[in-house]
Design a protein around this ligand. Structure first.
Ligand code: ZN
Length: 265
């Protein structure tokens, strides 16, 4: 499922393949339930004959500036990504929105399970406020993070994945952040000491930065990451050689190392 690092990579794809080219026409296919407040007609009107001129990401949302015509907003749900080509037609399978450019190239939003979203916004700020999203993980200061932990508390995994408190982390990266910080997914964060709050903040920034540098590809991630080992049989913890375990935490399956991340008392 695309999380902050994946969406940052998609932002790079959009910048490389979708910018400053006039959109000849768009095609929407089976996207009805992803459109929310917008509709096909509004999307056509805003996009056709215009160019995308800039990008912005907040949490798991990607924004594309449509000249002076507002912003196109995409959420990738469980399975979304971009396909692009220099000529011809986009594969009709699962491509819910295709931008056909006047130069013959195209950019397609592929979303097989249709759990993503396509929206229009006047500004990213307005959209973020309406959605009630918390600050982006990469824009949050250490002191604001520390205050958040003390004021909101709750369990570690639940807080890290709550988009209204902190935008960007989902199931996979919240596990990685907790693994790197040596914190059990069920630890109550309001009881965490100052030095461990700092360690958690640093682990979060380190994980996001390294994942973006690896273009969110598990096999390119640092050797001590849990992500490439998730769900593998005979996986070994890179720190202690033990076997990572899966538990249910905050309604999701969390992977962790019982040795490195001892259960809270
Ligand atoms: Zn371990």
């Amino acid at each position: 499922m695309p999380e902050l690092p994946d969406v940052e990579v998609y932002k790079h794809h959009l910048e490389a393949h979708g910018m400053r080219k006039v959109i000849d026409h768009i095609e929407l296919r089976g996207a009805d339930r992803m459109l929310g407040d917008t509709d096909t007609r509004s999307l056509r009107k805003r996009l056709e004959g215009h160019s995308l001129t800039g990008t912005f990401r907040h949490g798991k949302y990607l924004f594309a500036h449509i000249g002076g015509n507002g912003w196109l907003v995409l959420h990738f749900g469980m399975t979304g990504y971009f396909e692009y080509g220099d000529d011809g037609e986009a594969d009709p399978q699962h491509n819910v929105l295709v931008l056909y450019f006047k130069d013959g190239s195209y950019l397609a939003f592929n979303c097989r399970r249709k759990l993503g979203a396509i929206a229009l916004a006047e500004t990213p700020e307005e959209f973020i406020a309406n959605k009630g999203l918390g600050p982006d993980v990469t824009a949050l200061s250490e002191s604001d993070f520390s205050t958040l932990l003390q004021e909101r508390g709750g369990t570690a995994k639940g807080l890290l994945m709550n988009q209204e408190l902190l935008a960007g982390l989902g199931n996979v990266y919240s596990d990685e952040v907790l693994f790197q910080a040596g914190i059990h997914p069920k630890t109550r964060l309001d009881r965490l000491e100052g030095s461990r709050r700092k360690a958690l903040y640093q682990a979060m920034q380190k994980v996001i930065k390294a994942a973006i540098a690896a273009e969110a590809e598990p096999e390119r991630m640092p050797d001590d990451f849990l992500i490439p080992r998730r769900g593998l049989r005979n996986a070994k913890c890179p720190f202690c050689g033990g076997t990572p375990k899966r538990i249910s935490a905050s309604g999701r399956h969390a992977w962790y190392c019982p040795c490195r991340q001892p259960e809270p008392e």
